[in-house]
Ligand binder design. Structure first.
Ligand SMILES: *Cc1c(COP(=O)(O)O)cnc(C)c1O
Length: 566
């Protein structure tokens, strides 16, 4: 029986590997921005008919279902799903040797089809098999779960297993795109093929040297936070992957003290990029000696546009879904129609706040929204730095706040931030309604980015690589108010697409908080309350100037032209 994959196998030339991919909003195979970006990348590849196959882990236990206790504690739960419910099993098996045992991997296929009919395959790698030692069955179960040994095994399944799986399925891949360092063992697996005699390869006579491997590999780095780069001690690497690699050779490619996955990917990739101009600058400083390009992230417009805005776009730019550059025409939209679409989206957010946490928000007051991973450098509590000042501002220019975001189960500081935000919310109850919506995921993100009046972002520069939620907000006519970091450096036009908090240099928390309060008090809130026509003009500028540029169609055209066709 022909598999649904046959014709795709023949045409596909590029493989994109990512530890997490939000290929279907209902499937919890992602933790946050990295996975949502990978999902938007797949959706744009389908739209543009780019010959790319996506590879990730099955993550049957998901990442984290977030419950918030009445005291504001995050309670962590697994978030299980059944691959058989949404994907098709494929009849191939490959094995990798980990810690001296053979670990079998089987593939599941998800086909993402764009409305025009073309589709891209997503292959999910799964070790939950009877044939495996019970100790190995759960390797691919929990995204970012477990200790560093488990993480290394997951990365081996993704990088080494992923390469073998595509070969076993018949793909002839010319270009391998590593989305973040997690898949950096893949180029090493390609390199290793060279040292084996052809009859042991199982896939024909491939002989790569390091230059050939580099020609075939592309690496996108996402992490300006030093601690964000995976590092594995060599004794651990020896124990788990000793059958694969000579550690002395690895030290030359991946760092002398520990296996640094970013270093390894940099050493073995011929084309490297950061995810915004500012981030590429930071990455060049972190890794001198490498040529690092910049491809600014983008979001998939048809996925993130609220239905009410989709209808408006259709009227002025029928090609908008395929070619979001056309959103430049958004400045022609009638003011009343834009405001009516916004009110429709805002009513849904208000309903969601009532349903999820019982907070009553008002449609006639502005909603400031903040949704990010709850972790130190994102400073989710910056808005609450001076509660007395916040009360004072709200007394003259009333507003309300919605917040969402998960803390990684092992990020104690992130969990403390969630607690603190709940304390602020309680203390401010009589002056500023604050709703913390539990369970931030794609579905909730869609409601928030469309229903807010202002999208806030307050990271500590230069630690935000790009950020994408502000792009989703902008294309729904929501102006941004953000620290100048990541993508916002490129999209910010003061008083047109939104507002900057602070200047381009790093600043202390107190300084950024003061600047945020000053802008809210003297500019943003008076404008919302007092000059609706000007506010709607800014909404349209956000769609026209930001929505038309920061989309994943543009991002993928650039990867295709500059990296894949190199
Ligand atoms: C878009 C999105 C993100 C990433 O947003 P940032 O602005 O990069 O923080 C994270 N999680 C979900 C669910 C998203 O939809």
């Amino acid at each position: 029986m022909p598999s649904p994959l046959d014709s795709l196998v023949r045409h596909t030339r590029v493989a994109y590997l990512s530890m997490e991919i939000a290929f279907d909003p209902k499937v919890p195979t992602y933790a946050g921005g990295l996975g949502v970006l990978a999902g938007d990348t797949a959706r744009s590849c389908a739209d543009l008919e780019l010959p790319v196959v996506f590879v990730t882990l099955a993550s049957r236990e998901g990442y984290l279902r977030q419950e918030i206790s009445p005291e504001g504690e995050q309670v962590d739960h697994p978030d299980p799903w059944d691959p058989a419910s949404r994907t098709t099993p494929l009849g191939a098996m490959v094995a990798v040797r980990l810690e001296g045992r053979t670990v079998w991997i089987r593939p599941w296929l998800y086909l993402h089809a764009c409305p025009l009919g073309s589709c891209v395959p997503v292959i999910l790698l799964d070790t939950r098999l009877e044939d495996n030692d019970p100790a190995d069955r759960g390797i691919t179960d929990r995204l970012y779960g477990g200790d560093e040994a488990l993480r290394l095994k997951q990365e081996a399944v993704l990088g080494i297993g992923g390469e073998r799986m595509l070969r076993a399925l018949g793909f002839e891949i010319e270009t391998w795109h590593l989305n973040e360092g997690h898949a950096a063992l893949l180029p090493l697996a390609l390199l290793r093929r060279r040292r084996l005699p052809p009859d042991r390869l199982g896939g024909g006579p491939l002989h790569y040297d390091i230059e050939e491997v580099r020609e075939r590999c592309i690496f996108t780095t996402h992490t300006p936070v030093e601690a964000g780069h995976d590092r594995f001690p060599y004794p651990l690497v020896e124990r788990i992957l000793g059958d694969f690699f000579e550690i002395d050779q690895l030290r030359l490619l991946a760092g002398a003290e520990a296996l640094n996955m970013t270093r390894l990917a940099l050493s073995l990739s011929g084309w490297v990029n950061g995810v915004a101009s500012r981030h590429a600058d930071t990455a060049r400083r972190m890794f001198p000696g490498y040529r690092i390009h910049a491809v600014t992230n983008g979001v998939h417009v048809p996925t993130w546009a609220h239905p009410a805005f989709r209808r408006l776009f259709q009227a002025v730019a029928p090609e908008w879904a395929h070619d979001p550059d056309m959103l430049l025409r958004a400045d022609r939209l009638p003011d009343e129609a834009v405001w009516a679409a916004h009110e429709e989206a805002k009513a849904e957010l208000i309903e969601e706040a009532r349903r999820r946490c019982g907070v009553a928000l008002r449609p006639d007051l502005p909603v400031l929204a903040f949704a990010r991973r709850m972790t130190g450098y994102k400073r989710p509590d910056l808005l609450f730095a001076d509660p007395a000042r916040l009360r004072d501002i709200a007394a003259r220019h009333p507003f309300q706040v919605v917040v969402a975001g998960k803390a990684h189960p092992q990020d104690g500081q992130g969990k403390a931030l969630i607690r603190r935000i709940h304390e602020h919310a309680r203390a401010l109850r009589d002056a500023v309604p604050v709703a913390f919506l539990p369970g931030y995921d794609m579905a909730l993100a869609k409601v928030m980015v469309a229903g807010a009046d202002l999208w806030l972002n307050t990271p500590l520069p230069p630690l935000e690589a790009s950020g994408t939620s502000g792009m989703k907000a902008a294309l729904n006519g929501v102006p941004n108010c953000s620290v100048l970091d990541g993508w916002w450096v490129e999209a910010w036009e003061e008083g047109i697409t939104g507002w900057a908090i602070g200047g381009e240099a790093a600043a202390a928390d107190g300084e950024h908080a003061r600047d945020l309060y000053h802008k809210l008090e003297t500019t943003i809130l008076p404008l919302w309350h007092g000059d609706r026509a000007r506010w709607i003009w800014m909404m349209k500028q956000s769609i026209a100037r930001v929505g038309s540029r920061f989309h994943s169609q543009r991002m993928m055209r650039r990867y295709a032209a500059e990296a894949y066709l190199r």
